[in-house]
Design a binder for this molecule. Sequence first.
Ligand code: OAD
Length: 244
Amino acid sequence: MTQEDLKNLPKIVEKFKKSNYPVALTGAGISAESGIPTFRGESGLWKNFRPEELATPEAFRVHPEIVREWYNWRREIISKAKPNPGHYALAELERYNPNFTIITQNVDGLHLRAGSKKVIELHGNIFREKCSRCNRIYNEPVYETLAYCDCGGLLRPDVVWFGEPVTSINEAINVALQCDFMFVIGTSGIVQPAASLPFYAKNNGAFIVEINLEPTPISDIAHVSLYGKSGEILPKIVNNLIKT
Ligand code: OAD
């Protein structure tokens, strides 16, 4: 975060204070400081594991045991991880303004564990299971390589795979259309439909603040872009908010 960025904090805080309906769209970057690898970028998961091949209904049909083992591996990493100061800062923002809503692409559940309550999990939650035959949801993960529903169907993680519809997208679009302030945090801004949400918000007059390590397609429409770690920048914003 540069000196120039620091000068922008009071303006961001002022806008946040005046906002009736502030929102944050988050991506894998907000959980990076919790030790969960992002999908893209230098330490991206994609490099080693090619999820484009594993995170699909087709892969699950052909190799359910490999897909489940990959998710169980990720579950183990995530269950050992803890929310970081970025997650806690967002939970604090909801205490400041109870309308504050998080739309997350993350399946790690860390916003909820940090105490945020208004959270739309666009891509599901890795710790739930869903029956691939009858769609019944199980709230506890099963770590067996193959696991079955009472109906006999194979269980899969309750996450959105490539090519599957994002069922909560309409709710998220409504939030984006109503909000007057949007943080866009730790997302490469290239995976649809989530990547369109800041554009809906901007077109409806929301103030857009991006927080990322580097420029993204969202930088073009952001009123302010802060480049650095969200776990360092967000607590500064909250401190500023509380002090002023
Ligand atoms: P990506 O891995 O595509 O992008 C992570 C972003 O976080 C990058 O722009 C990084 O620069 C930024 N970043 C990394 N560390 C950061 C930090 N400490 N502070 C701030 N920013 C940081 O992750 P997403 O955009 O979330 O979907 O990916 C979107 C979707 O792609 C995922 O939800 C997943 C994947 O396909 C599904 O699994 C359905």
